[in-house]
Design a protein around this ligand. Structure first.
Ligand code: FE
Ligand code: FE
Ligand code: FE
Ligand code: ZN
Length: 222
């Protein structure tokens, strides 16, 4: 039967594709070739070859970005209590603890967004947050507890907040473009929280901590 041969051949291709990464790479090459006929030339000019799982539209890129920040927030909620434990200024400790509670709510909000767009809430490692958290750890290891470490914790935290502000700003824009207005509203609440967290950190730094940290310099000189 001619009709039976066709689907059989199709499923064989599928099974082979999921078998090995080598086949996946070939599939990616084939996909890339669809858009760029001169893939050899373009890659030599620094054009990155897409994976077989590469997003094909804004919708997929949106979902990938949600998975990324979902991982990031989950990693952050575990790291923040450690930062609070290493801080000595009460205002900073309170600020970090408050943002830990907010981060828990932000995770729940992301789960709401996944549900709204009909996708499973899945976390995918965010290399940027992983790096920012490692840098925070490095800063703590490089400072004695006190105002200098507090200043370092603020510096590391603000880098994190800025990453989140950029991420949620983008997610809001993507959601609006895709017509996910309810999701956009939810993401916007988090965006505003991240901006406020950044302001709180700046105030903590300028009100006392940086001056106390600078005083430690003078004491050392004296
Ligand atoms: Fe956050
Ligand atoms: Fe990320
Ligand atoms: Fe850095
Ligand atoms: Zn927004």
């Amino acid at each position: 039967m001619a009709t039976a041969t066709k689907p059989a051949a199709k499923s064989t291709t599928k099974a082979t594709a999921s078998k090995s990464t080598a086949t996946k790479t070939t599939a990616a090459k084939a996909t890339a070739a669809k858009t760029a006929t001169t893939s050899k030339t373009t890659s030599s000019r620094g054009i990155v070859k897409a994976k077989a799982t590469a997003a094909e539209g804004l919708q997929e890129l949106f979902v990938d970005s949600l998975k990324d920040i979902y991982w990031a927030e989950k990693a952050l909620v575990k790291a923040l209590p450690k930062m609070a434990k290493n801080a000595t200024t009460q205002g900073l400790i309170d600020g970090i603890n408050n943002h830990t509670t907010e981060t828990e709510e932000q995770i729940a909000r992301l789960e709401q967004v996944f549900a709204l767009i009909g996708k499973k809430a899945v976390a995918k490692k965010c290399e940027a947050m992983d790096g920012l958290l490692k840098e925070g750890q490095d800063i703590m290891e490089s400072t004695e507890p006190g105002p200098v470490r507090d200043a370092g914790i603020i510096a590391a935290s603000q880098k994190i907040e800025h990453y989140e502000i950029a991420t949620y700003g983008t997610l809001c824009a993507f959601a609006k473009t895709l017509g996910y207005n309810e999701a956009a509203d939810i993401l916007h609440i988090t965006l505003e929280e991240e901006k406020q967290a950044d302001i709180t950190l700046t105030e903590a730094a300028y009100n006392t901590i940086n001056f106390d940290a600078a005083e430690a310099d003078e004491n050392e000189v004296a």
